[in-house]
Design a protein. Structure first.
Ligand SMILES: Cc1ncc(C[n+]2csc(CCOP(=O)(O)OP(=O)(O)O)c2C)c(N)n1
Ligand SMILES: Cc1ncc(C[n+]2csc(CCOP(=O)(O)OP(=O)(O)O)c2C)c(N)n1
Ligand SMILES: [Mg+2]
Ligand SMILES: [Mg+2]
Lengths: 343, 321, 343, 321
């Protein structure tokens, strides 16, 4: 299998394109996935120009290859987007809907959590809803309080939803292909600060199973559980601490739901010390979920209290100085690790 | 109107079954043996049946909390429905859904829906599937006058127009959303006109008259099937029972309800309007008898049926934590 | 101060009525709070008959006293209800909006979580949003998957929201009056199975501060943290276990956010064993939040792993036999407690 | 048209300030020193100003992601706005909000809003306050053509009609939602007609013509203030820059934009239409000068201003965990 250096953005796009080639029932639905419908530029249709290709260019190229029937630009109408995707998934398509910023789930959450997520159970196992909802998460772009959130913990608390948050280009491609092929609704969270990060990524399609954590650093003193963009911060901290002689293991669960409980517990059992880094929330977030897992199932292996590194319980501030202080970073992780090993 | 005898009897049979089903549920509910909330469809039969008689098994409908009529009209099994409403393993959803979530994808029924305004966007999804897969299928979204005020409904309408989807939005105007009058809650008096302003043909029809509904729906379904895009139909009818079983109906008087039952009963109106050369009163009486017997059997079997085994709590969901 | 026996329903209603009498800026907004607007019954207006008074009778009587300008019946239009309440709160009113079933937050969540909750912070402290969002939570009514949920964990994860979930009539009245007087948006969760439970409740207005837990049972062997309807299950379990010689302390935080961290940690420090009972979610729920609190701040006092009693990670099933198995109950709490004391 | 000289100069001053503010931001953004996303209002000045010149300080407006023009029209301080956009402590929101969340309740500005369709329901809330408290205040909701497709917008319209709220819904139709044409995304060609179907007066107006907007808005605001309920105004104008700064604008050609700037500039049109006996070109030129100087000063001060102290991260929220 050949590989090449690809950005996270390219990896996502390649996954979508390859699945669309493989399976004619895969369609994309969202706002400005292409951009330029109607409007007035005479060259657009004839030259197959995309005016946008997604607001950050992720879907650029798909419309040219697959056309308006499979790359469906919509009005600004998220509840119809998600509801339509759910209904289409029930009836033969595999829609990939895009929410642009995941923060927008507030205008359309019913279609996701009360409808799509529940069909299979509520209908006694007689329905399947193979849809993916893609969207951007995360702070770091000065996009302010309504465009910087990471609500994957909210989605993960819903039975019936699968929730994915890849930290690198390789995982992004493999997990997205898996998501498209999955028969349950999957929420796929793309961290906006990761789009330009690159990795060696196979050119052919491949899948990464859900619920399998990735150990991005191996170590013996402290386990750091981190997800999405926080994995990079954790890796940086681990590398820095390694130089100081502290051996850190970084566990990236990759999927919030299902969660690789064993993958986390095994590492904690070995190190006895754990830092959980999480961007989602200071209360009732994903970090708390992992902490509860450990406190209920591996308490005896803990040699020190769990350290939880999250943003403060405030909205995301706009000003870059405040936003930087808001976002967990390598320095805070290092402090937490040092506290544990010296405790 | 080109319905032959077979079709006329078939349509009446469905209306009759809905009526028998709901009237009986009204009684069964009084025994306290039906769990949860139920919302009865009696009085609106001509809408569900008038619309669904134009549909194929492979067409899809989205429904509401008041979904029994839509289920029966679309061909759901009466026994499976009754067992579901009693919470039994034999139910169409194996007891996991209940009255507000009866679904049967095998006949194109995408589910009753306990969220007002939930169905329209699901239904346009089914329409998108038809369009994309080229199946020439049509989707129908049933929504109440109350649900016609939800933003989700308007968004689905606009999307359907933009994508020219094969769908019919049926707004069942029964005069009330719970205890609130349509004349209060819908700012403009005309729901169909609101839909028309979204850029699609919209019609108003007497929803107590099967023949009128059938004709109006036929045109809309044909247009959708031929690629002509969406239509809205506002159908006016009445519910004969309260909003849910247990509703004291203080918002109308018993005399008003009695008058509605006397003058606006879709089954009676069918009998009045049907061509007597094709269909006799006796044949219709027999159908009514048969409906009651069928429902009676369904209740007996549903009551006797087993509850789901406890370990089914954890099935039908991808993973149990 | 005189008291009288009142149901939870009556306590809620009395709180609303008393606050409306005290403060002319308090208004109620929701669907069928009165019921009967327009429609056709000629007696309604003349005799001040309410056709509903709320779907379970909670607001019955308010319209008769305060009229249509302060008890505002709306169309079925939750996003306009919550958004209107938020805008009204910014501009001089103290609206109490009703969502009927909290499960409906999916159609209107943006107005709550991206707007109302964020104004104060996002506008640099220059705004206040004194609104209350009331609604029913909870399973046990065979109301099925879309009318039985308890999403207070979702609300509590939002900075800027206060979240209340009273377990009895006394708390319901005092906390609701506090909520109406509070200058931040408050989500007030009423468990539908509690409406008919009664307690001695003062007739005069009174407030209960947010963030102060209530010990409904005092004990020395095991701490049980429980909220809302789960408090009754916990109390039942405690009484039963007392007969067996096991001394259980039941801590009812009463408010999910702010949370009385000290009130919980103090009890855990004393008993060293904790069972957390929570109806919200099997993943990323309120129970996990409490577990994380203990595992990060009181690990050393723990003598055994934390026990978490939640529903399974499935939607709420309709059939009563399944719903009963879904809902945590006294028996499951007892099992968890026994496991801890015999460990 | 009864505007006196003072009012005419006042209106032009606001349009001129908006233009100077946005043109300068376009340049400042190119330096890379402005954090986050900005959306410029140039080309639509006559809408914000034509509407807001009818409002009092105690009236309220809800706004959009493209909010600078609304802020200035409603009287927000230019220095406070600029500092906010640069993320500084002196900003109207002390740097916590940014371009998409500028608010100043003291002048009735309820906030720019980064959620498309966010403002309409907030604005009806302000209208409800006015009605309930008897202040005779009026609320205005600004929404784009794209935002006019959101269910939240429709729900607010219906609620406003039902409760007869003193509000004006202004739909700024600039032909695009991001890169998608209005003629694609709005199923029916006529946004005003859609609003009218909700049961309120609705007007279309040339949004490049201050005088036309002012007159139409005056009528609507007077009706609202007198208790006559809501109105919708669809105002057609163009944005001269991309959707956000950084947009390559492939959906239209540079020639098309140049043509728009030449023929549909609200400031030029104002100059063409204003009564020259009352207002001279020189006076308007002076205002433009003054606007540029003001904005220049605002940039200088904003750049020099301090960022918020880190410990402000935890203020302005009820409690820090
Ligand atoms: C989103 C949402 N809001 C409110 C409700 C509560 N509710 C259930 S049925 C109903 C009335 C619906 O009225 P209408 O759409 O006219 O249907 P009908 O009951 O008359 O058949 C309401 C308000 C709900 N289930 N979902
Ligand atoms: C709920 C929501 N959906 C999508 C977006 C992304 N978005 C921001 S501005 C915009 C276009 C808005 O178009 P329009 O309402 O016409 O306003 P304009 O930009 O033309 O002023 C979109 C889609 C958003 N901010 N919020
Ligand atoms: Mg109705
Ligand atoms: Mg626009």
């Amino acid at each position: 299998m050949t590989t090449s250096k690809k950005t996270y953005r390219e990896a996502v796009k390649e996954a979508l394109a390859q699945e669309m080639r493989r399976d004619a029932t895969v369609v994309q639905i969202g706002e400005d996935l292409r951009g330029g419908h109607a409007g007035t530029n005479p060259e657009l249709e004839s030259k197959k120009i995309e005016a946008f290709g997604g607001v950050l260019g992720v879907t650029k190229g798909l419309w040219g290859e697959f056309g308006s029937d499979r790359v469906i630009d919509t009005p600004i109408t998220e509840s119809a987007i998600v509801g339509m995707a759910a209904g289409a998934a029930l009836t033969g398509l595999r829609p990939v809907a895009e929410l642009m910023f995941m923060d927008f789930f507030g205008v359309c959450y019913d279609a996701l959590y009360n409808q799509a997520a529940k069909f299979r159970y509520m209908f006694g196992g007689k329905a399947r809803t193979p849809m993916v909802l893609r969207g951007m998460i995360g702070a770091g772009f000065s996009a302010a309080a309504q465009h910087s959130q990471s609500p994957y913990h909210v989605f993960a608390s819903v039975p019936g939803l699968k929730v994915v948050a890849p930290s690198n280009a390789y995982d992004a491609k493999g997990l997205l292909i898996q998501a498209v092929r999955d028969d349950d609704p999957v929420v796929f969270c793309e961290h906006k600060t990761l789009y330009d990060t690159a990795a060696e990524v196979p050119d052919e399609p491949y899948t990464i199973p859900f619920g399998v954590a990735n150990y991005t650093r191996q170590g013996t003193d402290v386990t750091v559980v981190a997800l999405s963009a926080m994995v990079n911060a954790a890796n940086d901290a681990a590398d820095k601490l390694a130089a100081e002689g502290i051996s850190v293991e970084v566990v990236d669960p990759r999927t919030v739901s299902p969660l690789d409980e064993e993958g986390i517990l095994e590492s904690v059992a070995a190190t006895g010390r754990v830092v959980i880094v999480d961007e989602s929330a200071a209360r009732c977030g994903f970090g708390h979920d992992v902490a509860a897992l450990i406190a209920t199932k591996a308490l005896d292996s803990l040699r020190a209290p769990i350290e939880l590194v999250t943003p403060p319980h405030t909205p995301v501030p706009f000003s870059p100085v405040l936003e930087k202080a808001w976002l967990p970073d390598a320095a805070r992780i290092e402090t937490a690790v040092r506290k544990l090993v010296t405790a | 109107m080109t319905l032959n005898k077979h079709a006329l009897l078939g349509a009446y049979r469905k209306m009759s079954r809905i009526r028998a089903f709901e009237d009986r549920l009204h009684e069964e509910n009084a025994t306290g043996d039906i769990p949860g909330f139920i919302h009865l469809y009696s009085g609106q039969e001509a809408i569900a049946v008038g619309v669904c008689e134009n549909l194929r098994d492979t067409d899809h409908i989205g429904s509401t909390h008041r979904g029994h009529g839509h289920c029966i009209a679309k061909g759901c099994d009466i026994h499976g429905m009754m067992a579901e409403i009693f919470g039994k393993e034999d139910g169409l959803c194996h007891g996991k859904g209940g009255s507000m979530h009866i679904a049967d994808l095998s006949v194109g029924m995408l589910g009753a829906n306990a969220i007002v305004g939930g169905a329209p966007s699901l239904a346009i999804g089914a329409a998108l599937s038809s369009k994309t897969l080229g199946t020439h299928g049509v989707a129908v979204s049933f929504t109440g006058d109350g649900g016609s005020n939800q933003g989700t409904t308007f968004e689905a309408m606009n999307m359907a127009v933009v994508l020219k989807l094969p769908i019919v939005f049926v707004i069942e105007n029964n005069g009330y959303g719970e205890a609130t009058g349509t004349d209060y809650a819908v700012g403009a008096p005309d729901i169909a006109a609101r839909a028309a302003a979204f850029g699609m043909p919209a019609a108003k029809v007497d929803g107590t008259d099967f023949f009128a509904v059938y004709e109006t729906a036929r045109e809309a379904v044909e247009r959708a099937r031929a690629g002509g895009g969406p239509t809205t139909i506002e159908a006016r009818a009445n519910r004969f029972y309260g909003h849910f079983e247990g509703d004291a109906q203080l918002y109308r008087t018993p005399e008003q309800v009695a008058e509605l039952r006397r003058t606006q009963d879709p089954l009676v109106i069918f009998r009045d309007k049907v061509d007597r050369r094709k269909v006799s009163a006796k044949e219709l009486d027999e159908i009514d008898e048969e409906s009651r017997a069928l429902v009676d059997d369904a209740v007996t079997r549903a009551r006797a049926a087993a509850y789901p085994p406890i370990d089914h709590l954890l099935t039908d969901v991808y993973v149990s934590y």
